[in-house]
Structures are given as structure tokens and as C-alpha cells.
Design a protein around this ligand. Structure first.
Ligand code: AMP
Ligand code: FE
Ligand code: FE
Ligand code: ZN
Length: 281
């Protein structure tokens, strides 16, 4: 069984539609794929139709953007939650609104030095998608300012850049509690991905566990090996599930479908623990 529990479509910053994403997962030989767009579940229905047609398993999920009191960005994966849970929906909408304002402000700053405009950026965002820096990156690629998204992030869009603007996002412990309230299974995404920026210590991890965290995404290309060893120890100590995933973004990132996998036993536990929606089979 090949199970990949973390991928993105054009509903956030992936480059394939939800149906294309599920087709790609099937073509890559996966038995089960999760669709986990940033702060959005708008791809679930299309992905479900595609999965039913192909006979591949689909875990409906989402990746919740979070921020700590000291400004550290944290991502929490939610699996199989109720997509209509009012408090979770409200919180996600607040983040999405903040992302829009933030992207406009970043583009305004960038326009002082690059021939970039807001309407041009919007051409790179699918209708209703969660907007993020990758869409600004795609616009800079189209303008031939940089060759690809990676170069855009390294040279222009890092959180250390002068064009960087922050945006509202819930505290990770709050997100974990909301996901649980919505019947979902919260898993801390790429917890030690230090190349992306600062990562949290035991204090925030402890708050997340106290709030009901159920798993750690250990096998992810951005987690260094030593960090994975430490994460496995934490998972064993606190009874957390361990997942492995690709974080596929289509052509937006080098990550390939199935490059890291989750065991069938762990998926079975996720199914048992969730009360929002079932796995599509
Ligand atoms: P944002 O949420 O708008 O701050 O943008 C963060 C998103 O950018 C993450 O979800 C990543 O998928 C993407 N990202 C971060 N670094 C890179 C990179 N070096 N290359 C491509 N995408 C990246
Ligand atoms: Fe992303
Ligand atoms: Fe992430
Ligand atoms: Zn992701």
C-alpha cells in the first residue's frame, strides 16, 4: 500500500487542478492520496469525483497556516474534519482574508523595484484559491525576473526579505483544538523544516499536544535526519502517530508524489480517530 498524505492543488499553491492531482497520484502508483490545500477544502468535491472514477483512495484534508506569539510559521495538517464546522470555517476565512491583503501589500512593495502589478498576480491565481507567495513567485517567473519558484523564494520572497509582509494566522494550539472540535485528526506538518525559517521548540509542541495533537509528519524532505530521530522519540513518548508525505505541489516544487509514505496501520488509526468525513474509497 502506497499512501501519501500531503499534496496541493490549484485550490492553493499546487499547479494541478484537484482532478489532475488525483490522476497524477493514480499514475504515480499511489493507493491512497490526501488533498491538503492551504486553508481550503474547495477541492474536495472535484477530487472525490476523480477518485471515485479511478478507484484510488482519497483522504480529504487541509493544511492550516498558523503563527506563534513570536512570529514562527507553523503548519497543521487536518484530516477528515467536517468542512462546515462553523468555528473552523470562520478561522480559515479570517486567514484567507488576511492572506489577500498581505499579498497585495507585498506586491505593492515589489512594484517599486519590479514591473509587477496586482492584476498580473491575479492571473496566476485560480478562482477562489488561497493566495500565497507562490503565486507572486509565478508572476516573477512569468516576468522573467527569476527562473522558477525556488529562485523567487531564495532571492526575493524569503521571510527575511524587505518585501515580506506577515499575515494573521491562528496559534497552532488553537488550530489543533479547532480541528479536533471539527472531528478532524491534526498532524504537525514538517515540524523541523528549519530551511523554511524558524521552527518551534518543546514549549509550543507541548501546547499543541495539550490541545489534542494526534500526529507528527516525520518523513518529509524538509525535516533533517537528526530532527526526524528526535521527532520519533517524541511520538513514542507521547503516543503520537507518525506520518510520511511528499508535500507535492505539481511543477511548483521538486517534491514528487510518493517520495515519502505513511503506513496502512497509521492511516487506519487516522480513520478510527476522525469523526468528520470518511475516507473516499
Ligand atoms: P505563504 O503561505 O504565502 O507564506 O507561502 C508559503 C508557501 O510557499 C508554502 O506553502 C510553500 O509551499 C511555498 N514555498 C516555500 N518555499 C518555497 C520554495 N523554495 N520553492 C517553492 N515553493 C516554496
Ligand atoms: Fe504550499
Ligand atoms: Fe506546509
Ligand atoms: Zn504543504
Amino acid at each position: 500500500m502506497r499512501i501519501d498524505l500531503h499534496t496541493h492543488s490549484t485550490v492553493s499553491d499546487g499547479t494541478e487542478s484537484p482532478a489532475e492531482l488525483v490522476q497524477a497520484a493514480d499514475a504515480a502508483g499511489l493507493d491512497v492520496v490526501a488533498i491538503t490545500d492551504h486553508d481550503a477544502t474547495a477541492g474536495w468535491d472535484e477530487a472525490t469525483l476523480a477518485a471515485n472514477g479511478l478507484g484510488i483512495g482519497l483522504v480529504r484534508g487541509m493544511e492550516v497556516s498558523c503563527r506563534t506569539d513570536t512570529g514562527i510559521s507553523v503548519h497543521v495538517l487536518s484530516y477528515l474534519h467536517d468542512p462546515a464546522h462553523p468555528a473552523l470555517v470562520a478561522e480559515i476565512q479570517r486567514s484567507r482574508d488576511a492572506r489577500l491583503t498581505r499579498a497585495e501589500r507585498m506586491v505593492e512593495k515589489l512594484s517599486a523595484d519590479y514591473p509587477i502589478s496586482w492584476p498580473h498576480v491575479l492571473e496566476h491565481v485560480a478562482d477562489g484559491a488561497t493566495i500565497g507567495r507562490p503565486h507572486i513567485a509565478d508572476t516573477l517567473v512569468a516576468l522573467k525576473v527569476v527562473a522558477d519558484r525556488s529562485e523567487a523564494f531564495e532571492q526575493i520572497l524569503t521571510s527575511r526579505s524587505r518585501y515580506w509582509v506577515s499575515h494573521y494566522a491562528p496559534h497552532p494550539a488553537e488550530a489543533v483544538a479547532l480541528v479536533r472540535a471539527a472531528g478532524g485528526v491534526p498532524v504537525f506538518a514538517h515540524p523541523v523544516a528549519s530551511a523554511r525559517g524558524r521552527t518551534v521548540g518543546g514549549d509550543v509542541m507541548g501546547q499543541m499536544i495539550d490541545a489534542g495533537l494526534l500526529g507528527l509528519e516525520v518523513d518529509h524532505r524538509d525535516n533533517p535526519e537528526q530532527g526526524r530521530v528526535e521527532l520519533r522519540a517524541i511520538a513514542a513518548r507521547d503516543g503520537l502517530l507518525v506520518t510520511g508525505s511528499s508535500d507535492y505541489h505539481g511543477t511548483g516544487k521538486p517534491n514528487r508524489l510518493g517520495e515519502n509514505l505513511t503506513t496502512p496501520e497509521t492511516l487506519a488509526r487516522i480513520e478510527e480517530l476522525a469523526t468528520g468525513v470518511p475516507v473516499v474509497r
